[in-house]
Every structure is written in structure tokens, then in C-alpha cells.
Design a protein around this ligand. Structure first.
Ligand code: SAH
Length: 405
């Protein structure tokens, strides 16, 4: 038996397969015993029931996922050099222009369970999702700042999942300078035209913006350009208008932005103006999308291109059926609003709803709408949100581009 570097955790018999397949989570039910000396947030060495060293990770007895594994190599120490090396490797795998934004570290997918690190120009935003990262966040923020040359690192750990780790929300400066109240970053259009976006790192959604959709916004822009100039577009769940920027840059005649947040729409308007577009009051509709789409239908409004990018409607497995009905409703209503030959980009960011299920939902929406539709492109999350083969749970965003008959 390898002598452990850390207190030991022992698996129950026959519970070692996922660990051997390098799945990074060990659930409480798989564990037979944990040494009393092991501290929550601290490191443990994981052994099979037969006494074989399997992996090393950090512990939290308060979480259902009691251990998150960091290495399967008994000789690999989890020291400063380990964390620095993992962050450096993750950063090296990204291609983000200096004035751009993107994800540098995507948690399990980058061998750093519980750590999200996004860059917006000169600034970094961290999310610490687990106790193991919480206890090390200052150190990790300093390392990230050194490696990237960022001016400051701001924490946005105001996320519900922390409750499952026994952690309260946390936000604030972790390293370097305080970021300004608002900054801008560039997200290039399909033809590389630079589009500037305003972001509030303290109060924006997620770490400030929906970086996972960046590549899909470019693609949808390209399809809009292919429709020819003058397309009438609808951007439902518009947030700060990122899709609208791409549609207008692609030659759309107008984009109707719908969102339930007046504040998000006010930023959307400023984003459009910042990029030289001249929106009207009518281009922004503060409303519930489900009701607004029915209103547009009743007024016989028609569009050439519609984007449907709702928030996560299935928060857990228990919500899948209800969410499926909501996704279907949205796509059905949108399909009815399309002109013949029009395009619908419809998305789901619910990890609980697979790409296959989503396609079935959209199919039943098309049947109910009485429209034939072709899938002309499939969307997934941006490449800076990679999916480790041993951790398919990291895949959550899916979308279809449909051409209506
Ligand atoms: N498409 C955006 C991201 C959308 S996020 C982008 O690319 O940046 C989802 C948005 O939906 C949020 O702005 C939220 O305010 C809004 N929202 C959530 N539920 C809504 C509802 N029922 N009706 C209208 N907007 C809603």
C-alpha cells in the first residue's frame, strides 16, 4: 500500500469504477470511511476498499459530493506549483484577444473543480463554487493575476450552488486594483468587425456577461448576413443586447429586444449606441417573453430571424418536464412568427435537458406550430467552455438553427 501523503478516505467495495475512469466527483454514498484527521476543505488520499491508492482531492463533509479529485498520480503533490501549473495550462489553452473576454478556467474541465476564472480585458473575475476553492481563493487569485498580468481580480461567488457546500455568497476584490464600475470589451462579429460591449463586473449576470454564447452570436450574425440586408429580427431574452449587436452588424434592418429586466434593456440600448447603431424606443420591450410572443402573434407581426435564449429553465432533474413544456411553448410561438424561409436560433442552457431531448422538444413545437423546419446548424457552448471526456456533466448549452418552411 502506498503510504498516504494526507488523511485517507476509503471507498466502499465496488465503488471504484468512476474514480478509475477519472470522474472527478466522489459522492458521500460511495465512501466507507474518512480519517478523523481529515479537515473539510483540506486534502485527502482516496483508496479502494482493497487498499489501493486511487486519487487525491479535497474534502467537504457538508457536500453530497464529498471529495473532488485533483490528481490520480500518487506522486503529484497538491502544492503551490500544482495550482499554478493547472491555471497556467488552462490559460495556455485559450485564444482571447487582449481587449476581448473569455473563460480561462472552467472548473472540472480544466482539472480545477470548483474554480471559474473569466477575463474581461485587463480584469479577472473568479467564482469559488466549493469549500476546497473557497479556502484557497486568495492564493489562486494572486497566481491568476501574476500569470495573466491582469490589473485586478474580482470575486463573483454570488451563486446558489455554494449553499450545497455550506457557503454563503461572497463578492469583492481578491487581488490587485478595484475594477471600474463599468468597462467595455470587444466581441468580434463574424466578419471580425469589433463590437464593444459594456459590462458591470459587480452586478452583471454570471461573471458579467454570457461568454458561453460568444461563438453562437457570431454564427447567428453570419446567417443573418446570408438573409441579405434588411432582415427584421426579434431578440427574445435580450439581456444587454449582445445578439442584437451581431444582427445589426450583419445588416439587419431592425431588432426588437425583449427582456423582463428594464435595467438590462437600458444597457442594451447603450451597447447599440456605443457601436454606432441608432435604436428607437420601439426596439426595446420590457416584458415577459412568453406573453410578449403571444401579443406579437395576435398582432400578426412577422420576423425574418428570431433568437430565443432563455435563462436555465430546468434548475434540477425535478424541473425537466415543466421546463420542456416551456421550451416547447417558446419555440412554437417563435416559429409562428417567422416568415417563410425565416430562421430561428433556439437555445437551452439547462444541463438536465440533453441535445437529443431538446431536438425532440423543438420537433413537437414545430408540429404544434404547423411549420416544417430544417436544422441548418447545431450550436454548443463556446470552446473556452470545454468538456472533459471523463466529465460530460460540463456540457450544458445546446441550440438549433432552424429554417422554417
Ligand atoms: N441572450 C443574452 C443572454 C440572455 S440571459 C446574451 O447573449 O447576452 C436571459 C435573460 O432573460 C436575462 O436577461 C433575464 O433578465 C431574462 N429573462 C428571464 N426570464 C424572462 C422572462 N420570462 N421574460 C423575459 N425575460 C426574461
Amino acid at each position: 500500500m502506498t503510504s498516504p501523503l494526507h488523511p485517507r478516505a476509503i471507498l466502499r467495495p465496488d465503488r471504484d469504477k468512476p474514480v478509475r475512469q477519472r470522474h472527478p466527483w466522489v459522492f458521500s454514498g460511495a465512501l466507507a470511511r474518512i480519517d478523523d484527521a481529515a479537515e473539510d476543505g483540506g486534502l485527502v488520499d482516496l483508496f479502494s476498499a482493497g487498499g489501493e491508492f486511487l486519487a487525491r482531492g479535497y474534502l467537504n463533509r457538508r457536500s453530497q459530493i464529498m471529495i473532488r479529485l485533483l490528481t490520480w498520480d500518487a506522486a503529484e503533490a497538491i502544492d503551490d506549483a500544482f495550482w499554478r501549473g493547472r491555471i497556467a495550462r488552462a490559460c495556455a489553452g485559450r485564444v482571447i484577444p487582449p481587449d476581448g473576454a473569455g473563460r480561462l478556467v472552467y472548473s472540472e474541465s480544466d482539472g480545477l473543480p470548483g474554480l471559474i476564472l473569466d477575463r474581461y480585458g485587463d480584469w479577472l473575475v473568479v467564482q469559488a463554487l466549493t469549500l476546497g476553492i473557497e479556502t484557497r481563493k486568495q492564493q489562486l487569485a494572486r497566481v491568476a493575476r501574476e500569470l495573466t498580468g491582469a490589473r485586478g481580480v474580482f470575486e463573483r461567488s454570488d451563486v446558489d450552488v455554494r449553499e450545497k457546500e455550506g457557503l454563503a455568497p461572497a463578492t469583492g476584490l481578491l487581488a490587485g486594483e478595484e475594477p471600474p464600475a463599468e468597462l467595455t470589451f470587444v466581441e468580434s462579429a463574424f466578419d471580425d468587425r469589433p463590437l464593444r460591449q459594456i459590462v458591470d463586473l459587480r452586478r452583471g449576470h454570471k461573471t458579467g456577461a454570457y461568454l458561453d454564447q460568444a461563438i453562437n452570436r457570431r454564427r447567428v450574425g453570419r446567417w443573418c448576413a446570408a438573409l441579405g440586408p434588411g432582415a427584421q429580427c426579434l431578440n427574445a431574452f435580450a439581456y444587454t443586447g449582445a445578439f442584437a449587436l451581431h444582427l445589426l452588424a450583419a445588416g439587419a434592418a431592425g431588432v426588437l429586444n425583449i427582456d423582463s429586466s428594464a435595467e438590462a434593456l437600458a444597457t442594451a440600448r447603450r451597447n447599440l449606441e456605443l457601436n454606432g447603431f441608432a435604436p428607437n424606443d420601439d426596439d426595446f420591450h420590457c416584458a415577459n417573453v412568453f406573453e410578449a410572443l403571444r401579443g406579437l402573434r395576435d398582432r400578426a407581426r412577422r420576423f425574418d430571424l428570431i433568437v430565443l435564449d432563455p435563462p436555465r429553465l430546468a434548475q434540477s432533474a425535478a424541473h425537466v418536464d415543466r421546463a420542456a413544456r416551456a421550451y416547447k411553448d417558446l419555440s412554437m410561438l417563435a416559429l409562428k412568427l417567422l416568415r417563410p424561409g425565416g430562421l430561428l436560433a433556439t437555445f437551452s442552457c439547462s444541463g438536465q435537458i440533453s441535445a437529443e431531448l431538446f431536438q425532440k422538444i423543438v420537433f413537437s413545437a414545430a408540429l404544434d406550430a404547423g411549420r416544417d423546419a430544417q436544422i441548418v446548424e447545431r450550436f454548443t457552448q463556446a470552446p473556452d467552455h470545454p468538456v472533459l471526456l471523463s466529465f460530460p456533466e460540463a456540457s450544458y448549452l445546446k441550440g438549433l438553427l432552424l429554417r422554417a418552411g
